[in-house]
Ligand binder design. Structure first.
Ligand code: SAM
Length: 389
């Protein structure tokens, strides 16, 4: 495909997303219908779509509308490129610009320029203070790719050398001892020997930092909201002598977990919804709760535009319900680790305050935020224990 044909494809996909189709589904559907597209085409089209989604508001302002065509026009202007060179109508390029399209568009202002919805700005300002603008600007750009080295399989330097043999260049994090940032050929990771043999897993830097901050040596660990299992696998790699169980309200979300665990040489037992109580008590119950995902919006930018106040309320209710269930699963001396990838106080400190107000026998041993300005996604962790009697 020519560069202009890739842009035309991205315009069609953006139209479907604007009509309500989830981005991943729209991209997969396009790839299925476009057998002529090679892997480089698919990657380039995906990049265009996600570049727009991260900056949807400023692209709409610059492009003068919210159609796929206007958004892409805005993206090209945002990048300082001449849209007239792409919108030529030649071959499979988008149709030439109309005089209205040439005139449309203006510089983005205020929250538009930060690519945040207006309704979220007060909450984000309260949570981030002076970091607000820097975080919003960071979320307009692509996220770095981080790997977690599985120290049960190899050292970080060995993993790095193994990756380098296949042209994947990575550099170590100074902050997290298992983390490597991929700086070249990230798209080859899942075909690499290092990944296939369980030496490395894809995991965000701050997700790794959070797992490293959890207490070591807990004998029995339950990951109550395990999803794909990224965190429970990190814990199992760190303290293999422990016993690890994974639970999720949506059991199907854990479908790849047994394969990932086998690759990593870890043992993780899956627990069906509603059956965690039978396996209790646990020394550590990790609740990596469903949340707005606002700490990871440069990776999943769609969430920024789909979230609304009603959905946020629902999420906070679920978060409190999960904490309530978790407290019944923890041993007398055990702890709950409450985690989110959210920046919002309502999903973080306020949920912990509400839990402590309703449960005076509990206290918060430690809580911390992991800032996106430190290289990874934004996370929050609170460790809850029973007060000594
Ligand atoms: C943030 S994701 C977990 C990500 C995962 N821990 C990781 O590191 O890859 C939250 C998960 O919580 C699950 N979930 C939602 N509501 C739940 C509930 N009421 N009880 C348990 N799990 C729930 C979702 O299905 C989702 O997989």
């Amino acid at each position: 495909m020519t560069p202009a044909a890739r842009i035309a494809a991205a315009i069609g996909i953006l139209d479907r997303i604007e009509a309500g189709e989830p981005a991943e589904k729209a991209l997969t559907g396009w790839a299925r219908r476009s057998r002529f597209a090679g892997s480089k085409d698919r990657a380039a089209v995906r990049d265009h779509v996600f570049d727009v989604l991260r900056c949807r508001r400023s692209c709409a302002a610059l492009g003068g509308g919210e159609s796929g065509r206007a958004l892409m026009l805005g993206l090209l202007r945002r990048k300082g490129l001449d849209p007239g060179e792409v919108f030529t109508g030649e071959g499979h390029a988008p149709a030439p610009l109309t005089p209205e399209e040439r005139r449309a568009g203006r510089p983005p202002e205020g929250a538009e320029a930060l690519d945040m919805p207006d309704w979220l700005l007060p909450g984000l300002t309260a949570a981030l203070g002076g970091d607000l603008e820097e975080v919003c600007r960071l979320f307009q750009a692509r996220a770095p790719v981080w790997l977690r080295v599985n120290e049960r399989r190899c050292s970080r330097e060995e993993a790095r050398a193994l990756l380098a043999r296949e042209g994947i260049v990575a550099r170590p994090s100074e902050r997290v001892k298992t983390a490597l940032e991929v700086i070249e050929n990230a798209r080859r990771i899942k075909q690499s020997e290092a990944w296939k043999t369980g030496c490395v897993e894809l995991q965000d830097l701050n997700s790794q930092a959070l797992c490293a901050d959890l207490p070591l040596g807990a004998a029995r660990v339950l990951d109550y909201c395990a999803g794909g299992g990224g965190k429970v696998l990190a814990l199992a790699a760190r303290a293999p002598e422990g016993q690890y169980l994974a639970h999720d309200a949506d059991f199907a979300r854990m479908k790849d977990l047994p394969i990932r665990a086998a690759r990593a040489g870890a043992e993780v037992r899956l627990v069906k919804p509603g059956e965690a109580g039978a396996a209790a008590p646990f020394d550590l119950v990790l609740c990596d709760v469903p949340c707005s995902g606002s700490g990871a919006w440069r990776r999943s930018p769609e969430g920024k535009w789909r979230l609304d106040a009603g959905r946020l309320e629902e999420l906070m209710k679920t978060q409190s319900e999960i904490l309530d269930k978790a407290k019944k699963l923890v041993s007398e001396a055990g702890e709950i680790a409450y985690a989110t990838c959210s920046l919002l106080t309502g999903e973080n400190e306020a949920r912990i305050d509400a839990f402590l107000a309703a449960n005076p026998g509990w206290e918060c041993r430690e809580s911390r935020r992991y800032s996106p300005l430190s290289g990874g996604d934004g996370f929050f962790l609170a460790r809850l224990v029973r007060k000594p009697r």
